[in-house]
Design a protein around this ligand. Structure first.
Ligand code: WT7
Length: 571
């Protein structure tokens, strides 16, 4: 444990005020911030966009600064309202109804945001997909969600196996030259025709909002289903943790294909009516420092991997830019190393605030916020209205400083409401009234939580969650691969990398070309971030008698750790 403490800062939304009611903070109270508290008319799109567009102060304020290597644009709340109304009209015209799943496989762009809110305005559930997904990853998600409409680009359409997706009725194509027919819809042409007025479909707080697929240690990716109710927590954490103020310029670096990119790249900032920066294209220190500088970003939310890359890019790169507008920095996705916090103090003269949560939890739960003292290496403390603890496998609370399962008491607003099509999977998260996260941690005497690792085999590479099963399934589709076991191997910059152990089929010889071919097979079939960076041929992949790959053993051997219980092992 680090002895050093970084003292608390002022922060606009002084948590000390909330602290008075900390133990009995009532999410019911927080509902009063929303128009639906009076009107009963619920829709996230209204609260995040239209509500601001209807005020004199916010109507013409820039809601979105968008920049990519070939575009630089900005849109006001009023413009986003109209664009999303147009898209809602397009969808309605094509028969999309409340509850339908509309997926988006399109890079971050103004069209993405117009479509996203258009989808919500017709009451449909939005399913954003990461643009780096390849055919298998796209198919699994569209199939499981039974999506009826997909918004994509002509370039990405090649990765959508349409003939294997009978439920997919329409495809909206965002591109220059689109040949429209009954099935293919030309985005730009239809947007031009569509009215800028739309009567929002009012929904129930418990109606579907977004679907995010995420990985566990077994099975296909899980469809984590979130509802409009979550906005209460997005809004509140936007104040307490993001410390958003009216004139802030906020930048969350996450892609909306991941939950951080929706909950904190879309909902939290816009519910709070702040100007939001979106930067497309690839990471580079120049592009990122440049964006902070050009837009005078005040509040910045990113990830340890990115900070570590910036750290290794050195001081000279920072000196080229004026970063004096920055006021508040946060991190999520993987452990935030104390040395990164210390680098942040030197580079920006600011603390980097770690935050902990998951796709399933929908919003931040354990955080460092402006008004807490930071203990570098700790994830911080639960936010008001959230009870966290460390429990054993039966759901009994453990005393301070004892390692166990990081668990949250049921009942926070942004919690997922189901795992699509898999009720038993959903139930398996809960033990004795606790949501059990799959992370191990301990809590110190003062209530700070310290992350220790995953309990399961889930891999966290550069902050992205990779399920070993999916990678193994893809690997054995390769003609040369007989069996595969996949683990996360510690890596200084990426946290972990994906490492695969494979055995080869008869007639195949190990060679650098073959291993590279196998790597490429996963990369082009599943996705780049899931492709193993290391592939090792091993004649004996350890398995249990029931045939399950023993990843724990592969990992122990890789790291030179004790092998533990091997009683179920059979070669
Ligand atoms: C897993 C969830 C929703 C945030 C993006 C990732 C790890 C997340 C931290 C943190 C250490 C962290 C956990 C968690 N994780 N934040 N601050 N410190 N580990 O969401 O893809 O659902 O992954 O990411 O292991 O269970 P996700």
């Amino acid at each position: 444990m680090s002895e050093q403490v970084l003292k608390s800062e002022a922060g606009q939304h002084n948590l000390m005020d909330y602290a008075k009611t900390y133990n009995n903070f009532d999410w019911e109270e927080a509902k009063k911030a929303f128009s639906w508290y009076e009107t009963g008319k619920v829709n996230m799109a209204y609260e995040a966009i239209d509500r601001h567009a209807e005020t004199a102060e916010k109507k013409d304020q820039v809601a979105l600064y968008y920049e990519s290597p070939d575009r630089k644009e900005s849109y006001t709340f009023d413009q986003l309202k109209k664009m999303s109304n147009q898209f809602a009209n397009v969808l309605k015209e094509h028969g999309v109804k409340k509850g339908d799943r509309v997926f988006m496989f399109i890079p971050r762009s103004p069209e993405f945001y117009a479509s996203f809110f258009g989808i919500l305005k017709v009451g449909a559930v939005a399913g954003p997909l990461f643009e780096a997904f390849m055919e298998q990853a796209v198919k699994d998600r569209l199939e499981d969600s039974e999506a009826s409409v997909l918004v994509t680009t002509p370039e990405l359409l090649g990765r959508v196996p349409e003939n294997e997706l009978p439920k997919l009725e329409k495809v909206v194509l965002v591109g220059e030259k689109v040949e429209a027919d009954g099935r293919y819809i030309d985005y730009h042409a239809e947007m031009k025709q569509a009215s800028e007025e739309f009567d929002i479909e009012w929904v129930d707080l418990e109606d579907g909002l977004v679907l995010h697929y995420t990985s566990g240690s077994t099975g296909k990716p899980k469809g984590v289903y979130h509802v409009h109710h979550a906005m209460i927590q997005h809004y509140q954490t936007g104040k307490w943790v993001l410390d958003l103020q009216d004139d802030d310029v906020y930048w969350c670096t996450a892609d909306p294909g991941w939950v951080t990119g929706t909950s904190y790249g879309i909902f939290a900032p816009w519910l709070n009516g702040v100007t939001n920066v979106v930067v497309g294209g690839r990471f580079s220190p120049e592009a990122w420092y440049g964006a902070l500088d050009r837009y005078n970003v005040t509040v910045w939310y990113s990830a340890p991997t990115a900070f570590r890359k910036l750290m290794s890019a050195g001081k000279e790169e920072i000196k080229k830019h004026d970063l004096s507008s920055l006021r508040h920095i946060m991190s999520v996705g993987e452990p935030l190393n104390p040395e990164v916090i210390h680098w942040g103090m030197k580079a920006f003269d600011l603390r980097i605030h770690d935050t902990w949560w998951m796709t399933e939890t929908g919003a931040q739960l354990i955080c460092n916020y402006p008004t807490v003292d930071i203990r570098p290496g700790s994830m911080g403390k639960p936010i008001p209205g959230v009870t966290a603890s460390i429990v054993d496998d039966q759901g009994n609370e453990l005393p301070p400083n004892q390692m166990g399962n990081l668990a949250i008491k049921e009942g926070w607003p942004a919690m997922m409401r189901k795992i699509l099509n898999r009720p038993e999977k959903y139930q398996s998260y809960f033990v004795n009234g606790w949501y059990v996260s799959g992370d191990s941690a301990y809590r110190d005497e003062d209530g700070y939580f310290w992350f220790q690792g995953r309990v399961d085999d889930v891999i966290n590479t550069s902050g992205e969650r990779v399920g070993p099963f999916e990678v193994e399934s893809k690997l054995i589709e390769h003609e040369a691969v007989a069996e595969a076991g996949v683990i996360g191997k510690p890596h200084p910059e990426r946290g972990e990398i994906v490492k695969a152990f494979i055995s080869l089929n008869e007639g195949y010889e190990e060679s650098d070309e073959l291993l590279e071919d196998i790597r490429q097979f996963v990369k082009t079939g599943l996705s780049a971030h899931a492709a193993p960076r290391e592939v090792e041929v091993s004649n004996k992949i350890p398995k249990t008698r029931s045939g399950k790959i023993m990843r724990r053993l592969l990992k122990a051997r890789e790291l030179g750790l004790p092998e533990g219980d091997t009683s179920t092992l059979e070669y």
